[in-house]
Each structure stands twice: as structure tokens, then as C-alpha cells.
Design a protein around this ligand. Structure first.
Ligand code: ATP
Length: 307
């Protein structure tokens, strides 16, 4: 087996005038938990659809464990488990019946189906709910059932498109524990997420914007891509501080981050002067380490200002 689970070379996909994926190359190693991060419309779903063999008209080459995603579809479907953003569970079927439906769809033999269903129900902690209609499950449980249906044919590569969006924090954590277990069993996982704490949990992440990869690295390394000094300002009147700083010539970039403002400047002294002149109340200003989100915002702003 090749060392690369996914090898994408020079992919370009257009929808009329829209370039959804723009000369993108990316490699995911076997056994890796790899995150695709990017704003809405960045091209993440399109990339996943190409990998899963759901799109065929594009330029470039895409391979999964060496198999061509355009030409070797039967093999690709065997190897991949794909959980799209809106996974279609059957709300009137029970948990067990949904699993059975997907097992039949993937032609899993009855013996294997029974063994795998039992294991998946235990694994995803859904055994107690196996007779409950899927439509009556909580959001987190629905996602765990969708994941189980995706796993029924024991794929070696799991493609998950924003699987935890809208799911409560506890269920999100449980979902990620399941992903870690799968990875420890050797399953390669490509997951897209809008959550920065989830980006932090991946082995490597790629930041995608306007169909291009802006950076690929380990989460702890990606912050080295931030090439400015970053400051954090705290204030009891954060909103007014934000409005005042928006108009300051000495402030280069400014973001509201929870209970503080993150900003960069070519001249810290100038910012302090302007804050004093405008009478902006603040508690303190500290030089801080950037977060993954700071890096992504910086890259996105640069990409937007370069046209
Ligand atoms: P989101 O998280 O919002 O789904 P994304 O990063 O997954 O965003 P894509 O869904 O891949 O992004 O979309 C990339 C671009 O391609 C967007 O501008 C989108 O509007 C466009 N696009 C995607 N699918 C189609 C389609 N079938 N027809 C026309 N345009 C499309």
C-alpha cells in the first residue's frame, strides 16, 4: 500500500465563472487525521467530492491509496466512507434499521453486518438507543449514527464534511474521541471543520481559501506562519475601544477575540498615543502568541487584499 492515502496534484474545478478549486495540490499520509479549515465557499466540499469520485469534470489528478478517483470508482467507493454535511439518515427508521439499510447499500454480508452493527453501536455508545427512531435522536446522536453508517463497510479512509457543526460541545468532544479511536485502528481521516479547537486536534491542517491551499502544517507549527507582533488589549468598554481603534492610522489589523482585542501595528507607541488622545479606557495591553485563528485571519486578509 502507498504511504499516501490521498494525493491531489494540480486540481482545478470551475462552476461557470466560479473557480471552486484552483490548482490545488495536497497529500494526506496513511493513518493521518488531517483537517481542512477555511471559510464558507473556500472549496472544502468540492475537494472532498473530488476525492470521493462524486465529480469527474476537473483538471488535474486525484488518487486515493494509488487509485484514480475518476477512473477507478468501484475501488474508491469500497475504500472511502463519506459523511457529507447533510447526511441523509432515514428519520422513520430506527437506529438499527438505518445501519441495516447502509449495510445493504454497501453489500455487507449478513454475518459481517451483525458483527459490525454490534461493534459500532457499542463503539458510538448508541446501543441503548438502537430501537429509537433516528428522527427522535439528539443532534449529537444523529451525527454519531451517521458516522456509524459511514463506517459500516469498514473504509480505510474517512471523509467527514463539517461533522460536528451545530452539535453541542460535549457531543463534539465525544465525537472526536471516536475519531481518535478510529485513527488508532489505522483509519485515515480527512475532516473539515469551522471550529479552531477541532483544528488544534488534527495531526496536520491545511488552510484553504478561494480554492487554494494557503498553508499546511501541524497545528502547533502553523502559528509560526504569523509574521507580526500581536498585541491583546483588554477593556471594560471593549466595544467602544474597538470602534475607536478601527479608525486609527497606526492600527494595521484589528479583531475582536472574545473578551479582548487582537491587533498588529508598525508602531506600538503611536497606538498608545492615539488611545490616550482619544481617551479610550483600557485595562492592559500585552504582547501575545497568535492562535491558529489569528494566522488564518491574517492569511485570509492578505489573500483578499492581493485581489
Ligand atoms: P461551505 O463550508 O460553505 O460548504 P466550502 O468550503 O465547502 O464551503 P464549496 O461548497 O466547495 O466550499 O464551494 C466552493 C465554491 O464553489 C463556492 O463559491 C460555491 O458557491 C461554488 N459551488 C459549489 N458547488 C457548486 C455548484 N454545484 N454549482 C455552482 N457553484 C458551486
Amino acid at each position: 500500500m502507498t504511504d499516501e492515502a490521498i494525493a491531489i496534484t494540480g486540481i482545478r474545478k470551475r462552476y461557470g465563472d466560479i473557480i471552486a478549486v484552483d490548482d490545488l495540490s495536497l497529500a494526506v499520509k496513511t493513518g493521518e487525521l488531517f483537517g481542512l479549515i477555511g471559510p464558507d465557499g473556500a472549496g472544502k466540499t468540492t475537494i472532498m467530492q473530488i476525492i470521493c469520485g462524486l465529480l469527474s469534470s476537473y483538471d488535474g489528478d486525484c488518487r486515493v491509496f494509488g487509485y484514480d478517483c475518476r477512473r477507478e470508482l468501484r475501488k474508491i467507493r469500497e475504500i472511502i466512507g463519506y459523511m457529507p454535511q447533510r447526511f441523509s439518515l432515514y428519520p422513520d427508521l430506527t437506529v438499527s434499521e438505518n445501519l441495516r439499510f447502509f449495510a445493504d447499500l454497501f453489500r455487507v454480508s449478513p454475518d459481517d453486518r451483525l458483527k459490525r452493527t454490534e461493534r459500532l453501536l457499542a463503539f458510538n455508545r448508541l446501543a441503548a438507543f438502537k430501537k429509537r427512531r433516528a428522527g427522535d435522536l439528539s443532534g449529537g446522536m444523529k451525527q454519531k449514527l451517521a458516522l456509524s453508517c459511514t463506517l459500516i463497510h469498514t473504509p480505510g479512509l474517512l471523509i467527514l464534511d463539517e461533522p460536528t457543526t451545530g452539535v453541542d460541545p460535549v457531543s463534539r468532544r465525544e465525537f472526536w474521541e471516536i475519531l481518535y479511536e478510529l485513527r488508532s485502528e489505522g483509519v485515515t481521516i480527512l475532516v473539515s471543520t469551522p471550529y479552531m479547537d477541532e483544528a488544534q486536534r488534527c495531526d496536520r491542517i491545511a488552510f484553504v481559501h478561494r480554492g487554494k491551499v494557503m498553508a499546511i502544517d501541524r497545528p502547533e507549527q502553523i502559528i509560526t506562519h504569523f509574521d507580526k507582533t500581536l498585541y491583546a488589549l483588554t477593556s471594560h468598554d471593549l466595544y467602544n475601544a474597538f470602534l475607536s481603534m478601527q479608525g486609527m492610522g497606526a492600527v494595521e489589523s484589528l479583531q475582536l477575540f472574545g473578551d479582548r482585542l487582537h491587533f498588529t501595528t508598525p508602531s506600538f507607541d503611536h497606538v498608545k498615543q492615539e488611545l490616550d488622545q482619544r481617551g479610550v479606557a483600557y485595562t492592559e495591553i500585552l504582547e501575545i502568541e497568535p492562535t491558529i485563528e489569528d494566522v488564518f485571519i491574517q492569511m485570509m486578509q492578505r489573500s483578499l487584499s492581493s485581489g
